[in-house]
Design a protein. Sequence first.
Length: 586
Amino acid sequence: MIDIEAVVERIVFRNEENGYTVAVVSCDDEELTAVGKFLNINIGQVLKLYGDFGESKYGQQFEVKTYENVAPKTEKGIIRYLSSGLIKGVGPVTAKAIVDAFGLDTLEVIEFNPEKLLSVKGISQKKVELISNSFLDVREMQNAMIFLQTYNISSNLAIKIYEHYQSKTVELVKQNPYRLVEDIVGIGFTTADKIAMNMGIAKNSPFRVRAGILHLLSEASEKGGHTYQFRAMLDGMLVRLLDLTSEEIETISKDVYDVLQKENIVKIFWKDNKEIVALSRFYFIEKSVAAKLAVLENSLVKLELNLEDEISEFERRKKISLHKDQKNAISLAINSGVCVITGGPGTGKTTIISCVLEIFRMQGKKALLLAPTGRAAKRLSETTGLDARTIHRALEISYRKDRGIFVYNEDNPLSCDVVIVDEVSMVDVNLMYNLLKAISRGTKLILVGDKDQLPSVGAGNVLSDILQSEIIPTAQLTKIYRQEDNSLIISNAHLINSGQMPVIDNHSSDFFFEAKESPEQTFETVVELVTKRIPNHFKLDSSKIQLLAPLKAGVCGIDNLNRQIQSKLNPPSNLKQELTLGTRIL
Protein backbone atom coordinates (compact mmCIF):
# COMPACT_ATOMS: atom_id res chain seq x y z
CA MET A 1 0.00 0.00 0.00
CA ILE A 2 0.98 3.62 -0.55
CA ASP A 3 0.96 5.92 2.48
CA ILE A 4 0.45 9.67 2.31
CA GLU A 5 0.16 12.39 4.95
CA ALA A 6 -2.71 14.75 4.22
CA VAL A 7 -4.89 17.47 5.74
CA VAL A 8 -8.70 17.22 5.45
CA GLU A 9 -9.91 20.25 3.48
CA ARG A 10 -13.55 19.43 2.68
CA ILE A 11 -15.99 16.61 3.39
CA VAL A 12 -18.00 15.92 0.25
CA PHE A 13 -20.08 13.02 1.59
CA ARG A 14 -20.36 11.03 4.81
CA ASN A 15 -22.59 8.11 5.78
CA GLU A 16 -22.92 8.36 9.56
CA GLU A 17 -24.18 4.78 9.88
CA ASN A 18 -21.14 3.02 8.41
CA GLY A 19 -18.53 5.80 8.36
CA TYR A 20 -18.07 5.78 4.55
CA THR A 21 -16.62 9.18 3.62
CA VAL A 22 -15.62 11.08 0.50
CA ALA A 23 -13.21 13.88 1.41
CA VAL A 24 -10.96 16.34 -0.38
CA VAL A 25 -7.52 16.32 1.26
CA SER A 26 -4.36 18.30 0.57
CA CYS A 27 -1.01 16.57 0.24
CA ASP A 28 2.18 18.45 -0.74
CA ASP A 29 0.09 21.49 -1.78
CA GLU A 30 -2.04 19.34 -4.11
CA GLU A 31 -5.68 18.43 -3.56
CA LEU A 32 -6.98 14.91 -4.12
CA THR A 33 -10.13 12.93 -3.32
CA ALA A 34 -9.90 10.26 -0.61
CA VAL A 35 -12.62 7.64 -0.09
CA GLY A 36 -12.97 5.07 2.69
CA LYS A 37 -14.43 4.40 6.12
CA PHE A 38 -13.45 6.74 8.96
CA LEU A 39 -14.52 6.60 12.59
CA ASN A 40 -14.54 10.38 12.84
CA ILE A 41 -13.21 13.00 10.47
CA ASN A 42 -13.16 16.78 10.55
CA ILE A 43 -11.79 19.61 8.46
CA GLY A 44 -8.24 20.44 9.50
CA GLN A 45 -7.37 16.96 10.75
CA VAL A 46 -3.97 15.63 9.75
CA LEU A 47 -4.12 11.98 8.71
CA LYS A 48 -1.73 9.33 7.51
CA LEU A 49 -3.65 7.44 4.86
CA TYR A 50 -2.75 3.94 3.68
CA GLY A 51 -4.20 2.67 0.40
CA ASP A 52 -3.81 3.07 -3.33
CA PHE A 53 -4.96 5.22 -6.21
CA GLY A 54 -7.87 4.01 -8.29
CA GLU A 55 -10.20 5.20 -11.02
CA SER A 56 -13.93 5.80 -10.66
CA LYS A 57 -16.56 7.51 -12.78
CA TYR A 58 -15.65 10.67 -10.82
CA GLY A 59 -11.97 10.41 -11.82
CA GLN A 60 -8.87 9.41 -9.87
CA GLN A 61 -9.23 8.97 -6.11
CA PHE A 62 -7.20 7.60 -3.22
CA GLU A 63 -8.90 4.47 -1.86
CA VAL A 64 -8.16 4.35 1.89
CA LYS A 65 -7.70 0.90 3.41
CA THR A 66 -6.63 2.10 6.85
CA TYR A 67 -5.48 5.34 8.46
CA GLU A 68 -4.11 6.93 11.60
CA ASN A 69 -4.29 10.40 13.08
CA VAL A 70 -1.17 12.58 13.07
CA ALA A 71 -0.57 15.46 15.46
CA PRO A 72 -0.23 18.73 13.53
CA LYS A 73 3.32 20.07 13.50
CA THR A 74 2.72 23.83 12.95
CA GLU A 75 0.81 26.47 14.91
CA LYS A 76 -1.47 27.00 11.90
CA GLY A 77 -2.11 23.26 11.76
CA ILE A 78 -2.89 23.11 15.50
CA ILE A 79 -5.39 25.97 15.16
CA ARG A 80 -7.13 24.16 12.28
CA TYR A 81 -7.13 20.89 14.24
CA LEU A 82 -8.60 22.43 17.43
CA SER A 83 -11.26 24.39 15.52
CA SER A 84 -12.21 21.49 13.22
CA GLY A 85 -15.16 20.50 15.39
CA LEU A 86 -13.39 17.45 16.74
CA ILE A 87 -12.76 19.14 20.13
CA LYS A 88 -15.94 20.38 21.82
CA GLY A 89 -15.94 23.95 23.11
CA VAL A 90 -13.22 25.20 20.75
CA GLY A 91 -13.98 27.41 17.76
CA PRO A 92 -11.54 29.35 15.52
CA VAL A 93 -11.24 32.33 17.93
CA THR A 94 -10.68 30.18 21.04
CA ALA A 95 -8.24 27.93 19.14
CA LYS A 96 -6.15 30.93 18.06
CA ALA A 97 -6.13 32.35 21.61
CA ILE A 98 -4.93 29.00 23.05
CA VAL A 99 -2.20 28.59 20.42
CA ASP A 100 -1.08 32.23 20.91
CA ALA A 101 -0.61 31.39 24.59
CA PHE A 102 1.11 28.00 24.31
CA GLY A 103 2.42 27.69 20.75
CA LEU A 104 3.62 24.25 19.68
CA ASP A 105 3.12 22.97 23.27
CA THR A 106 -0.68 23.48 23.00
CA LEU A 107 -1.70 19.83 22.58
CA GLU A 108 0.58 18.74 25.41
CA VAL A 109 -0.92 21.40 27.70
CA ILE A 110 -4.50 20.31 26.89
CA GLU A 111 -3.68 16.65 27.51
CA PHE A 112 -1.51 16.86 30.64
CA ASN A 113 -2.06 20.32 32.21
CA PRO A 114 -5.52 21.50 31.13
CA GLU A 115 -5.85 23.81 34.17
CA LYS A 116 -3.34 26.14 32.42
CA LEU A 117 -6.11 26.97 29.94
CA LEU A 118 -7.71 29.14 32.66
CA SER A 119 -5.03 31.74 31.89
CA VAL A 120 -6.53 32.23 28.40
CA LYS A 121 -9.12 35.01 28.27
CA GLY A 122 -12.70 33.75 27.91
CA ILE A 123 -12.04 30.17 29.12
CA SER A 124 -13.90 29.24 32.32
CA GLN A 125 -13.44 26.19 34.57
CA LYS A 126 -16.49 24.57 32.95
CA LYS A 127 -15.04 25.13 29.49
CA VAL A 128 -11.65 23.72 30.56
CA GLU A 129 -13.39 20.50 31.62
CA LEU A 130 -15.33 20.33 28.34
CA ILE A 131 -12.18 20.86 26.23
CA SER A 132 -10.10 18.44 28.32
CA ASN A 133 -12.72 15.64 28.32
CA SER A 134 -13.38 16.02 24.60
CA PHE A 135 -9.65 15.99 23.80
CA LEU A 136 -9.14 12.86 25.92
CA ASP A 137 -12.11 11.15 24.22
CA VAL A 138 -10.57 11.83 20.81
CA ARG A 139 -7.14 10.68 21.99
CA GLU A 140 -8.71 7.55 23.47
CA MET A 141 -10.44 6.81 20.19
CA GLN A 142 -7.21 7.36 18.26
CA ASN A 143 -5.26 5.12 20.64
CA ALA A 144 -7.91 2.39 20.27
CA MET A 145 -7.70 2.61 16.47
CA ILE A 146 -3.89 2.39 16.57
CA PHE A 147 -4.08 -0.53 19.01
CA LEU A 148 -6.50 -2.44 16.78
CA GLN A 149 -4.59 -1.72 13.59
CA THR A 150 -1.45 -3.10 15.27
CA TYR A 151 -3.15 -6.50 14.96
CA ASN A 152 -3.94 -5.99 11.26
CA ILE A 153 -7.59 -5.12 11.86
CA SER A 154 -8.82 -2.94 8.99
CA SER A 155 -10.20 0.55 9.60
CA ASN A 156 -13.69 -0.71 8.73
CA LEU A 157 -13.64 -3.37 11.43
CA ALA A 158 -11.79 -1.11 13.88
CA ILE A 159 -14.61 1.43 13.52
CA LYS A 160 -17.19 -1.29 14.23
CA ILE A 161 -15.25 -2.47 17.29
CA TYR A 162 -14.80 1.02 18.74
CA GLU A 163 -18.45 1.93 18.15
CA HIS A 164 -19.45 -1.20 20.08
CA TYR A 165 -17.02 -0.98 23.03
CA GLN A 166 -16.28 2.79 23.06
CA SER A 167 -13.83 3.77 25.84
CA LYS A 168 -13.43 0.14 26.99
CA THR A 169 -12.16 -1.05 23.60
CA VAL A 170 -8.50 -1.64 24.50
CA GLU A 171 -9.31 -3.05 27.95
CA LEU A 172 -11.93 -5.55 26.73
CA VAL A 173 -10.03 -6.71 23.64
CA LYS A 174 -6.85 -7.24 25.69
CA GLN A 175 -8.83 -9.15 28.31
CA ASN A 176 -10.56 -11.45 25.81
CA PRO A 177 -10.09 -10.91 22.07
CA TYR A 178 -12.36 -13.90 21.39
CA ARG A 179 -15.37 -11.83 22.43
CA LEU A 180 -15.01 -10.09 19.05
CA VAL A 181 -16.37 -13.24 17.39
CA GLU A 182 -19.66 -12.93 19.29
CA ASP A 183 -19.98 -9.15 19.36
CA ILE A 184 -18.73 -7.89 15.98
CA VAL A 185 -20.17 -8.95 12.62
CA GLY A 186 -17.29 -9.56 10.21
CA ILE A 187 -14.77 -10.93 12.70
CA GLY A 188 -14.44 -14.69 12.67
CA PHE A 189 -12.58 -17.16 14.83
CA THR A 190 -9.42 -17.14 12.68
CA THR A 191 -8.97 -13.36 13.02
CA ALA A 192 -9.65 -13.37 16.75
CA ASP A 193 -7.33 -16.35 17.24
CA LYS A 194 -4.44 -14.56 15.51
CA ILE A 195 -4.93 -11.51 17.72
CA ALA A 196 -5.10 -13.70 20.83
CA MET A 197 -1.96 -15.66 19.92
CA ASN A 198 -0.09 -12.37 19.32
CA MET A 199 -1.21 -11.22 22.76
CA GLY A 200 0.08 -14.41 24.34
CA ILE A 201 -3.27 -15.88 25.42
CA ALA A 202 -2.93 -19.59 26.25
CA LYS A 203 -4.04 -22.20 23.70
CA ASN A 204 -6.14 -23.93 26.36
CA SER A 205 -7.87 -20.74 27.52
CA PRO A 206 -11.61 -21.24 28.23
CA PHE A 207 -12.18 -18.09 26.12
CA ARG A 208 -10.59 -19.89 23.17
CA VAL A 209 -12.60 -23.08 23.68
CA ARG A 210 -15.82 -21.06 23.91
CA ALA A 211 -15.02 -19.19 20.68
CA GLY A 212 -14.13 -22.49 19.00
CA ILE A 213 -17.46 -24.08 19.96
CA LEU A 214 -19.48 -21.12 18.65
CA HIS A 215 -17.36 -20.93 15.50
CA LEU A 216 -17.92 -24.61 14.68
CA LEU A 217 -21.68 -24.40 15.34
CA SER A 218 -21.99 -21.27 13.18
CA GLU A 219 -19.88 -22.74 10.40
CA ALA A 220 -21.94 -25.95 10.49
CA SER A 221 -25.12 -23.92 9.96
CA GLU A 222 -23.72 -21.54 7.34
CA LYS A 223 -21.75 -24.04 5.27
CA GLY A 224 -23.46 -27.35 6.02
CA GLY A 225 -27.00 -26.22 6.78
CA HIS A 226 -26.98 -28.02 10.16
CA THR A 227 -29.03 -26.69 13.07
CA TYR A 228 -27.20 -28.84 15.64
CA GLN A 229 -24.15 -31.05 16.18
CA PHE A 230 -23.60 -34.24 18.17
CA ARG A 231 -21.48 -33.38 21.22
CA ALA A 232 -18.97 -36.17 20.49
CA MET A 233 -18.46 -34.95 16.90
CA LEU A 234 -18.21 -31.33 18.03
CA ASP A 235 -15.54 -32.15 20.61
CA GLY A 236 -13.58 -34.06 17.95
CA MET A 237 -13.68 -31.02 15.66
CA LEU A 238 -12.53 -28.82 18.57
CA VAL A 239 -9.46 -31.04 19.04
CA ARG A 240 -8.45 -30.40 15.42
CA LEU A 241 -9.39 -26.71 15.36
CA LEU A 242 -7.65 -25.76 18.61
CA ASP A 243 -4.77 -28.23 18.40
CA LEU A 244 -5.51 -29.55 21.89
CA THR A 245 -5.82 -33.08 23.25
CA SER A 246 -9.16 -34.84 23.78
CA GLU A 247 -8.48 -34.80 27.52
CA GLU A 248 -7.91 -31.03 27.53
CA ILE A 249 -11.11 -30.43 25.53
CA GLU A 250 -13.13 -32.71 27.83
CA THR A 251 -11.82 -30.96 30.96
CA ILE A 252 -12.20 -27.37 29.77
CA SER A 253 -15.37 -27.67 27.67
CA LYS A 254 -17.57 -28.98 30.51
CA ASP A 255 -17.57 -25.61 32.28
CA VAL A 256 -17.70 -23.73 28.97
CA TYR A 257 -20.84 -25.60 27.86
CA ASP A 258 -22.46 -24.93 31.25
CA VAL A 259 -21.80 -21.19 30.94
CA LEU A 260 -23.08 -21.09 27.32
CA GLN A 261 -26.26 -22.84 28.45
CA LYS A 262 -26.79 -20.45 31.37
CA GLU A 263 -26.32 -17.50 29.01
CA ASN A 264 -28.89 -19.11 26.66
CA ILE A 265 -26.44 -19.10 23.75
CA VAL A 266 -26.54 -22.87 23.23
CA LYS A 267 -29.06 -25.56 24.09
CA ILE A 268 -27.91 -29.05 25.04
CA PHE A 269 -30.34 -31.99 24.91
CA TRP A 270 -30.43 -35.74 24.24
CA LYS A 271 -31.83 -37.64 21.25
CA ASP A 272 -31.51 -41.40 20.68
CA ASN A 273 -29.03 -41.57 23.59
CA LYS A 274 -26.77 -39.00 21.94
CA GLU A 275 -25.91 -35.62 23.44
CA ILE A 276 -26.73 -32.77 21.06
CA VAL A 277 -25.52 -29.16 21.04
CA ALA A 278 -27.47 -26.49 19.15
CA LEU A 279 -27.28 -22.73 18.94
CA SER A 280 -30.26 -21.54 20.98
CA ARG A 281 -31.65 -19.44 18.16
CA PHE A 282 -31.98 -22.50 15.91
CA TYR A 283 -33.36 -24.64 18.73
CA PHE A 284 -36.14 -22.17 19.50
CA ILE A 285 -36.81 -21.37 15.82
CA GLU A 286 -37.35 -25.07 15.05
CA LYS A 287 -39.55 -25.49 18.15
CA SER A 288 -41.55 -22.47 17.05
CA VAL A 289 -41.96 -23.79 13.48
CA ALA A 290 -43.22 -27.13 14.82
CA ALA A 291 -45.62 -25.45 17.26
CA LYS A 292 -46.98 -23.04 14.64
CA LEU A 293 -47.61 -25.86 12.14
CA ALA A 294 -49.50 -27.78 14.83
CA VAL A 295 -51.58 -24.68 15.69
CA LEU A 296 -52.48 -24.06 12.03
CA GLU A 297 -53.38 -27.73 11.52
CA ASN A 298 -55.63 -27.78 14.57
CA SER A 299 -57.13 -24.28 14.34
CA LEU A 300 -59.43 -25.27 11.46
CA VAL A 301 -62.34 -27.67 11.80
CA LYS A 302 -61.57 -30.77 9.73
CA LEU A 303 -63.75 -30.75 6.61
CA GLU A 304 -64.98 -33.74 4.67
CA LEU A 305 -66.21 -32.03 1.53
CA ASN A 306 -67.03 -34.26 -1.43
CA LEU A 307 -65.21 -32.63 -4.35
CA GLU A 308 -66.12 -35.07 -7.13
CA ASP A 309 -68.18 -32.51 -9.07
CA GLU A 310 -65.54 -29.78 -8.83
CA ILE A 311 -62.74 -32.14 -9.88
CA SER A 312 -64.82 -33.52 -12.78
CA GLU A 313 -65.51 -30.00 -14.02
CA PHE A 314 -61.77 -29.20 -13.87
CA GLU A 315 -60.96 -32.39 -15.82
CA ARG A 316 -63.56 -31.55 -18.45
CA ARG A 317 -62.27 -28.04 -19.05
CA LYS A 318 -58.59 -29.05 -19.04
CA LYS A 319 -59.32 -32.18 -21.11
CA ILE A 320 -57.36 -34.38 -18.72
CA SER A 321 -58.05 -37.34 -16.49
CA LEU A 322 -56.62 -37.12 -12.97
CA HIS A 323 -55.22 -40.17 -11.21
CA LYS A 324 -56.74 -41.36 -7.92
CA ASP A 325 -53.63 -40.13 -6.02
CA GLN A 326 -54.00 -36.67 -7.53
CA LYS A 327 -57.69 -36.51 -6.55
CA ASN A 328 -56.81 -37.57 -3.01
CA ALA A 329 -54.15 -34.82 -2.87
CA ILE A 330 -56.70 -32.22 -3.98
CA SER A 331 -59.19 -33.39 -1.35
CA LEU A 332 -56.48 -33.29 1.32
CA ALA A 333 -55.48 -29.73 0.39
CA ILE A 334 -59.06 -28.43 0.52
CA ASN A 335 -60.08 -30.21 3.73
CA SER A 336 -56.92 -29.80 5.88
CA GLY A 337 -55.59 -26.87 7.90
CA VAL A 338 -52.02 -27.72 6.86
CA CYS A 339 -50.93 -30.35 4.35
CA VAL A 340 -47.93 -31.40 2.28
CA ILE A 341 -48.09 -32.50 -1.36
CA THR A 342 -44.83 -34.12 -2.37
CA GLY A 343 -43.63 -35.92 -5.46
CA GLY A 344 -40.81 -36.03 -7.98
CA PRO A 345 -40.71 -34.29 -11.36
CA GLY A 346 -43.60 -35.03 -13.71
CA THR A 347 -45.95 -36.32 -10.99
CA GLY A 348 -48.55 -33.58 -11.46
CA LYS A 349 -47.93 -31.23 -8.52
CA THR A 350 -48.58 -28.11 -10.62
CA THR A 351 -51.82 -29.57 -12.02
CA ILE A 352 -53.00 -30.18 -8.46
CA ILE A 353 -52.19 -26.58 -7.47
CA SER A 354 -54.24 -25.30 -10.45
CA CYS A 355 -57.25 -27.42 -9.49
CA VAL A 356 -57.02 -26.47 -5.80
CA LEU A 357 -56.88 -22.78 -6.73
CA GLU A 358 -60.04 -23.06 -8.82
CA ILE A 359 -61.94 -24.74 -5.99
CA PHE A 360 -60.81 -22.09 -3.49
CA ARG A 361 -61.87 -19.38 -5.94
CA MET A 362 -65.35 -20.96 -6.21
CA GLN A 363 -65.49 -20.99 -2.38
CA GLY A 364 -64.67 -17.27 -2.34
CA LYS A 365 -61.33 -17.77 -0.62
CA LYS A 366 -58.32 -15.56 -1.30
CA ALA A 367 -55.15 -17.58 -2.00
CA LEU A 368 -51.56 -16.35 -1.85
CA LEU A 369 -49.07 -18.15 -4.13
CA LEU A 370 -45.47 -18.20 -2.88
CA ALA A 371 -42.11 -19.71 -3.81
CA PRO A 372 -38.63 -19.32 -2.27
CA THR A 373 -36.90 -17.98 -5.42
CA GLY A 374 -37.75 -15.55 -8.19
CA ARG A 375 -37.38 -18.23 -10.85
CA ALA A 376 -39.71 -20.64 -9.03
CA ALA A 377 -42.28 -17.85 -8.49
CA LYS A 378 -42.16 -16.92 -12.18
CA ARG A 379 -42.65 -20.53 -13.24
CA LEU A 380 -45.58 -20.87 -10.82
CA SER A 381 -47.16 -17.73 -12.30
CA GLU A 382 -46.77 -19.09 -15.83
CA THR A 383 -48.30 -22.49 -15.02
CA THR A 384 -51.25 -21.19 -12.96
CA GLY A 385 -51.88 -17.90 -14.76
CA LEU A 386 -52.00 -16.13 -11.38
CA ASP A 387 -49.66 -13.79 -9.55
CA ALA A 388 -47.01 -15.65 -7.53
CA ARG A 389 -44.41 -13.96 -5.35
CA THR A 390 -41.24 -14.87 -3.56
CA ILE A 391 -41.70 -15.34 0.18
CA HIS A 392 -39.38 -12.37 0.82
CA ARG A 393 -41.43 -10.11 -1.44
CA ALA A 394 -44.70 -11.19 0.16
CA LEU A 395 -43.38 -10.53 3.68
CA GLU A 396 -41.76 -7.22 2.55
CA ILE A 397 -38.42 -6.23 4.06
CA SER A 398 -37.94 -2.91 5.83
CA TYR A 399 -34.33 -1.88 6.52
CA ARG A 400 -33.45 -0.25 9.81
CA LYS A 401 -29.80 0.50 10.57
CA ASP A 402 -28.60 -1.98 7.91
CA ARG A 403 -30.84 -4.70 9.39
CA GLY A 404 -33.70 -6.18 7.42
CA ILE A 405 -37.01 -6.67 9.26
CA PHE A 406 -40.09 -8.25 7.71
CA VAL A 407 -43.10 -5.93 7.57
CA TYR A 408 -45.56 -8.82 7.84
CA ASN A 409 -45.29 -10.75 11.12
CA GLU A 410 -47.39 -11.91 14.07
CA ASP A 411 -48.52 -8.32 14.72
CA ASN A 412 -49.25 -7.62 11.04
CA PRO A 413 -50.30 -10.93 9.41
CA LEU A 414 -50.78 -11.58 5.71
CA SER A 415 -54.30 -10.90 4.46
CA CYS A 416 -55.47 -14.15 2.84
CA ASP A 417 -57.42 -17.35 3.49
CA VAL A 418 -54.95 -19.78 1.94
CA VAL A 419 -51.15 -19.79 1.54
CA ILE A 420 -49.65 -22.15 -1.05
CA VAL A 421 -45.85 -22.52 -1.02
CA ASP A 422 -44.27 -24.28 -4.01
CA GLU A 423 -40.69 -25.69 -4.09
CA VAL A 424 -40.78 -25.82 -0.30
CA SER A 425 -37.68 -28.07 -0.21
CA MET A 426 -35.65 -24.89 -0.85
CA VAL A 427 -37.09 -23.06 2.18
CA ASP A 428 -34.70 -22.92 5.15
CA VAL A 429 -35.85 -22.97 8.77
CA ASN A 430 -35.35 -19.23 9.32
CA LEU A 431 -37.49 -18.28 6.31
CA MET A 432 -40.18 -20.80 7.29
CA TYR A 433 -40.18 -19.35 10.81
CA ASN A 434 -40.76 -15.81 9.50
CA LEU A 435 -43.43 -16.97 7.05
CA LEU A 436 -45.35 -18.87 9.74
CA LYS A 437 -45.21 -15.82 12.04
CA ALA A 438 -47.09 -13.88 9.36
CA ILE A 439 -49.84 -16.52 8.89
CA SER A 440 -52.77 -16.03 11.28
CA ARG A 441 -54.81 -18.81 12.89
CA GLY A 442 -57.53 -20.11 10.61
CA THR A 443 -55.46 -19.68 7.44
CA LYS A 444 -54.90 -22.81 5.36
CA LEU A 445 -51.30 -23.70 4.48
CA ILE A 446 -50.42 -25.99 1.57
CA LEU A 447 -46.76 -26.97 1.16
CA VAL A 448 -45.72 -28.39 -2.22
CA GLY A 449 -42.30 -29.83 -3.04
CA ASP A 450 -40.07 -32.73 -3.98
CA LYS A 451 -38.72 -34.58 -0.93
CA ASP A 452 -35.79 -35.92 -2.99
CA GLN A 453 -34.43 -32.50 -3.93
CA LEU A 454 -31.36 -31.16 -2.15
CA PRO A 455 -32.21 -29.35 1.09
CA SER A 456 -32.14 -25.56 1.40
CA VAL A 457 -28.90 -23.60 1.18
CA GLY A 458 -29.65 -22.07 4.58
CA ALA A 459 -29.82 -24.00 7.84
CA GLY A 460 -32.50 -26.62 8.35
CA ASN A 461 -34.17 -29.37 6.36
CA VAL A 462 -37.77 -28.21 6.70
CA LEU A 463 -39.65 -30.38 4.20
CA SER A 464 -37.82 -33.57 5.16
CA ASP A 465 -38.37 -32.92 8.89
CA ILE A 466 -42.10 -32.28 8.37
CA LEU A 467 -42.47 -35.52 6.39
CA GLN A 468 -40.49 -37.55 8.94
CA SER A 469 -42.60 -36.22 11.80
CA GLU A 470 -45.73 -37.82 10.26
CA ILE A 471 -47.79 -35.18 12.09
CA ILE A 472 -48.88 -33.13 9.07
CA PRO A 473 -51.30 -34.77 6.56
CA THR A 474 -49.31 -35.68 3.44
CA ALA A 475 -50.09 -36.74 -0.13
CA GLN A 476 -47.20 -38.50 -1.82
CA LEU A 477 -47.29 -38.68 -5.63
CA THR A 478 -45.33 -41.41 -7.41
CA LYS A 479 -46.98 -41.88 -10.81
CA ILE A 480 -45.25 -39.98 -13.65
CA TYR A 481 -47.56 -38.07 -16.01
CA ARG A 482 -45.38 -35.43 -17.71
CA GLN A 483 -43.31 -37.72 -19.92
CA GLU A 484 -43.17 -37.67 -23.71
CA ASP A 485 -42.72 -40.91 -25.64
CA ASN A 486 -39.14 -40.08 -26.61
CA SER A 487 -38.22 -38.55 -23.22
CA LEU A 488 -35.94 -40.02 -20.58
CA ILE A 489 -35.08 -37.11 -18.27
CA ILE A 490 -37.95 -37.52 -15.80
CA SER A 491 -37.86 -41.33 -15.60
CA ASN A 492 -34.07 -41.19 -15.18
CA ALA A 493 -34.46 -38.68 -12.36
CA HIS A 494 -36.71 -41.15 -10.54
CA LEU A 495 -34.31 -44.03 -11.21
CA ILE A 496 -31.40 -42.04 -9.73
CA ASN A 497 -33.47 -41.07 -6.68
CA SER A 498 -34.28 -44.74 -6.06
CA GLY A 499 -30.58 -45.68 -6.29
CA GLN A 500 -30.67 -47.20 -9.78
CA MET A 501 -28.55 -46.44 -12.83
CA PRO A 502 -30.22 -44.16 -15.40
CA VAL A 503 -31.07 -45.47 -18.86
CA ILE A 504 -28.35 -44.29 -21.28
CA ASP A 505 -29.91 -43.91 -24.72
CA ASN A 506 -28.62 -41.09 -26.86
CA HIS A 507 -31.64 -41.39 -29.14
CA SER A 508 -33.95 -39.81 -26.56
CA SER A 509 -35.14 -36.22 -26.94
CA ASP A 510 -33.79 -34.84 -23.69
CA PHE A 511 -31.16 -37.05 -22.00
CA PHE A 512 -27.68 -37.58 -23.43
CA PHE A 513 -24.40 -38.88 -22.10
CA GLU A 514 -20.94 -38.47 -23.63
CA ALA A 515 -17.76 -39.96 -22.15
CA LYS A 516 -14.42 -38.29 -22.90
CA GLU A 517 -10.96 -39.44 -21.87
CA SER A 518 -9.36 -36.09 -21.05
CA PRO A 519 -10.36 -32.66 -19.70
CA GLU A 520 -9.28 -31.10 -23.01
CA GLN A 521 -11.64 -33.35 -25.00
CA THR A 522 -14.45 -32.64 -22.53
CA PHE A 523 -13.80 -28.90 -22.82
CA GLU A 524 -13.95 -28.94 -26.63
CA THR A 525 -17.12 -31.06 -26.63
CA VAL A 526 -18.93 -28.85 -24.10
CA VAL A 527 -18.10 -25.65 -26.00
CA GLU A 528 -19.28 -27.23 -29.27
CA LEU A 529 -22.51 -28.44 -27.60
CA VAL A 530 -23.33 -24.94 -26.31
CA THR A 531 -22.34 -22.98 -29.40
CA LYS A 532 -23.35 -25.33 -32.25
CA ARG A 533 -24.82 -28.77 -31.66
CA ILE A 534 -27.65 -28.03 -29.22
CA PRO A 535 -28.73 -24.77 -30.97
CA ASN A 536 -28.76 -26.53 -34.38
CA HIS A 537 -30.51 -29.69 -33.18
CA PHE A 538 -33.22 -28.03 -31.08
CA LYS A 539 -33.45 -24.78 -33.12
CA LEU A 540 -32.58 -23.00 -29.88
CA ASP A 541 -30.62 -19.81 -29.24
CA SER A 542 -27.43 -20.35 -27.19
CA SER A 543 -28.58 -17.72 -24.67
CA LYS A 544 -31.34 -20.16 -23.62
CA ILE A 545 -28.81 -22.84 -22.60
CA GLN A 546 -27.55 -23.14 -19.05
CA LEU A 547 -24.20 -24.85 -18.53
CA LEU A 548 -23.32 -26.34 -15.14
CA ALA A 549 -19.84 -27.37 -14.01
CA PRO A 550 -18.63 -28.59 -10.59
CA LEU A 551 -15.57 -26.32 -10.29
CA LYS A 552 -14.51 -22.74 -11.00
CA ALA A 553 -10.88 -23.50 -11.84
CA GLY A 554 -9.28 -25.94 -14.27
CA VAL A 555 -9.67 -26.74 -17.96
CA CYS A 556 -13.37 -27.58 -17.50
CA GLY A 557 -13.96 -24.99 -14.78
CA ILE A 558 -16.62 -22.34 -15.28
CA ASP A 559 -14.06 -19.51 -15.63
CA ASN A 560 -12.31 -21.16 -18.58
CA LEU A 561 -15.57 -22.35 -20.15
CA ASN A 562 -17.12 -18.88 -19.91
CA ARG A 563 -14.11 -17.24 -21.55
CA GLN A 564 -14.15 -19.69 -24.46
CA ILE A 565 -17.93 -19.50 -24.93
CA GLN A 566 -17.75 -15.69 -24.83
CA SER A 567 -15.05 -15.71 -27.51
CA LYS A 568 -17.37 -17.78 -29.74
CA LEU A 569 -20.73 -16.14 -29.03
CA ASN A 570 -19.72 -12.60 -28.07
CA PRO A 571 -16.28 -11.86 -29.53
CA PRO A 572 -14.68 -8.42 -29.15
CA SER A 573 -15.44 -5.93 -31.90
CA ASN A 574 -14.80 -2.29 -32.76
CA LEU A 575 -18.58 -1.89 -32.75
CA LYS A 576 -18.92 -2.99 -29.11
CA GLN A 577 -18.09 -1.11 -25.93
CA GLU A 578 -15.98 -2.93 -23.36
CA LEU A 579 -15.85 -2.82 -19.59
CA THR A 580 -13.16 -4.62 -17.59
CA LEU A 581 -14.00 -5.68 -14.02
CA GLY A 582 -11.12 -7.55 -12.41
CA THR A 583 -10.42 -10.49 -14.71
CA ARG A 584 -13.76 -10.19 -16.49
CA ILE A 585 -14.37 -8.33 -19.73
CA LEU A 586 -17.98 -7.37 -20.40
